[in-house]
Design a protein around this ligand. Structure first.
Ligand code: CIZ
Length: 327
């Protein structure tokens, strides 16, 4: 294994002056947004041109709150399918659009609802804590939902007399067990993008940027989490970047996050964790949303997120419990 980097690192540096003017397509999106009385909610992992036209950029929890509270007629959700579904679950009166219905999630796919139903039937009494990265049908089978930002709090509040099944991310679940001391059964799922980070590559990057703290997402494998200076959700990363005395920060999560961090802490230097020989670890599902598809979704009011009302109502209960326990 080479002792030096085998790629040119992706680095976002402070830039002087004003941001570049909006492109024609971005202007078109903003005009359509007004015409449709739409709100654009974008996840931290979206590409920069989409983040720039969004009304709110955040993590799943922040986006779910925004979706619940909005009075706009249309929610244009720039993220992946389970996130747009969550918006529909919490605010069914709104039309929810997702620019590309194929924007899925490997974590969500690793836990099909039928398999979870079988598991529950074989293990009666198990208390199901599901990471928000799962389908509406899986949420409907869960007792409570959590995000990476509130997982420690949610698991700490789960009934002590029940055995917990944590689904679907085994890495996040393992981190929660380590931090809370609460034993849990872990569903064998993972995020294909976060599992690409390796401790060896992060160490090489650290040697290149001495003094830069490593901030890693809890969906990373334990070897990566173990060498990180901070393990936290994407919103935790924003807080860390704003408050750390360090000027350079190595960011070990999906690459879109660097754009959000750059806006929130413009005086800092952000270095992306690599995926193999690629300097930036992109989730191909998150990147399916493009400005063209965002514009077309607003123009055509399609593709829409719909689900049977029985599933929506069953999925709302564990989300509402998460909201209540997060206060
Ligand atoms: O919860 C989310 O939005 C994800 C996928 C990551 C994070 O930590 O914000």
């Amino acid at each position: 294994m080479p002792a030096v980097l085998n790629y040119e690192p992706f680095v976002v540096r402070p830039d002087a002056g004003r941001p570049a003017p909006l492109s024609a397509i971005q202007e078109e999106i903003l005009a359509l947004k007004r015409e449709r009385n739409a709100v654009i909610l974008a996840h931290n992992y979206q590409i920069e041109p989409i983040q720039r036209v969004a009304d709110f950029v955040g993590d799943s929890l922040g986006l779910a709150y925004q979706a619940q509270q909005t009075e706009a007629d249309v929610i244009l959700f720039c993220g992946v399918h389970f996130m747009a579904e969550t918006a529909k679950i919490v605010n069914p009166a709104r039309m929810v659009l997702l620019p590309d219905l194929n924007a899925g999630c490997s974590l969500s796919d690793s836990c099909p609802a039928e398999k979870l139903a079988e598991y529950k039937a074989a293990n009666p009494g198990v208390y199901v804590v599901s990471y928000i990265n799962c389908s509406a049908a899986v949420k409907a089978l869960s007792d409570v939902i959590c995000t990476s930002g509130n997982a420690l709090k949610i698991v700490s509040r789960a009934p002590l007399d029940r055995e917990i099944l944590f689904a679907p991310d085994r890495n996040l679940g393992q981190w929660v067990m380590q931090k809370t001391g609460r034993a849990m059964r872990l569903w064998p799922g993972s995020c294909h993008a976060h599992e690409l980070f390796t401790a060896a590559q992060i160490q090489r990057l650290r040697a290149e940027f001495p003094g830069a703290p490593v901030v890693a997402h809890p969906e990373c494998v334990q070897a990566v989490r173990d060498i990180a200076d901070e393990v936290c959700s994407t919103e935790g990363m924003v807080k860390f970047a704003r408050t750390t005395a360090a000027r350079e920060i190595i960011v070990v999560t999906e690459c879109g996050m660097l754009h959000r961090l750059h806006r929130e802490a413009p005086d800092k230097v952000f270095i992306a964790g690599p995926a193999g020989a690629c300097p930036c670890n992109n989730c191909e599902f998150m990147k399916m949303n493009t400005p063209e598809k965002v514009r077309d979704a607003l123009k055509n009011l399609s593709p829409r997120i719909e689900m049977p009302e029985s599933v929506r109502i069953a999925a709302l209960a564990p989300i509402q419990r998460m909201f209540d326990w997060s206060k």
